[in-house]
Design a protein around this ligand. Structure first.
Ligand code: ATR
Length: 274
């Protein structure tokens, strides 16, 4: 019987997940389809019950439901518990189990670049996205993580929880050249021409990542590139979080590099093979 999967969110019409998963299903000869479902917050509980009733084999959860869905699922994986947010649900023995593949998706994307896990890494931001990423970086064996955030207290709390260091923005700016890897997790650059921190002291040898993928090149990445750094945008994280979900559903590891190219072109960019 044909299987079906979905992504639920509000809004949902611009999601690239249906394109990505349908492409992979087709490529691997899997008789399944993936549909976007618009669910408003007040309908979430009813929607999740309906998913089970109608036999969804799995689904993704996007904004604004990633936290609210938690008590409505049957089981929670460690990744979702740590982040207090779910982005992927898989049907296991008739029960819906929630995962969070965002942090690991980011790390997989980062690891396709020449990064050294033992050299200093700076995370800018201490919100939900940063949380998933810092935990995933630690799990992956990064040993020297420093967090900076506009609201220092949040950076300190996340650092305490993950055995990392926290520094105020001004110190991060002054010591930027000491970080081999820099990861931008805030929403700055999404809608405005602004930087989360000054890049004046950025050296040319760092790998600089932004988790934003639309625009493909934030002002932050543009400036880092102009300074000679190797930059990566959030397309790789988006594709890899989807690939990890796909693996949970099908057991198949899809071609992420091809998808990064397709999504980049869909967003009007030019794919550069490294
Ligand atoms: P997300 O789940 O996307 O991480 P969040 O939990 O609301 O969203 O966190 C947003 C992050 O972006 C925070 O680190 C936030 O800094 P504060 O903790 O000081 O709020 C950061 N952020 C948002 N707007 C910012 C701005 N204009 N300048 C600097 N940091 C900003």
């Amino acid at each position: 019987m044909k299987k079906w999967y979905a992504v639920i969110g509000d809004p949902i019409s611009h999601s690239l997940s249906p394109y990505m998963h349908d492409h992979w299903f087709e490529k691997h000869g899997i008789d399944a389809s993936y549909i976007p479902v618009h669910v408003e917050p007040k309908q979430l509980e009813q929607a999740l019950r309906s998913m089970k009733l109608l036999g969804a084999s799995g689904f993704n959860i996007t904004l604004p439901h990633k936290q609210a869905a938690i008590p409505l699922l049957d089981e929670l994986d460690e990744t979702a518990r740590i982040m207090n947010a779910v982005n992927t649900v898989a049907l296991e023995n008739g029960r819906y189990r929630g995962f969070n593949t965002d942090g690991d998706g980011f790390v997989r994307s980062l690891l396709s670049y020449p990064v050294d896990k033992d050299r200093a890494l700076l995370v800018i931001g201490a919100g939900g996205a940063a949380r998933g990423i810092v935990f995933a970086l630690s799990r992956a064996g990064f040993t020297d993580i420093t967090i900076t955030n506009r609201t220092f207290r949040r950076a300190q709390e996340l650092a305490d929880e993950t055995g990392s260091k926290a520094i105020v923005m001004a110190d991060a700016e002054a010591h930027l050249s000491e970080f081999a890897t820099i990861v931008q997790t805030t929403s700055v650059g999404l809608t405005e021409e602004a930087l989360p921190l000054s890049l004046t002291h950025l050296g040319s040898g760092s790998v600089v990542a932004d988790i934003i993928y639309n625009p493909l090149e934030t002002p932050f990445l543009k400036e880092a590139k102009a300074k000679g750094c190797l930059v990566l945008n959030g397309v790789g994280m988006f594709v890899n979080q989807g690939a990890i979900a796909f693996e949970k559903w099908t057991g198949i590891r899809p071609d992420t590099e091809e998808m990064i190219q397709l999504i980049t072109e869909k967003l009007g960019g030019n794919y550069v093979n490294r």
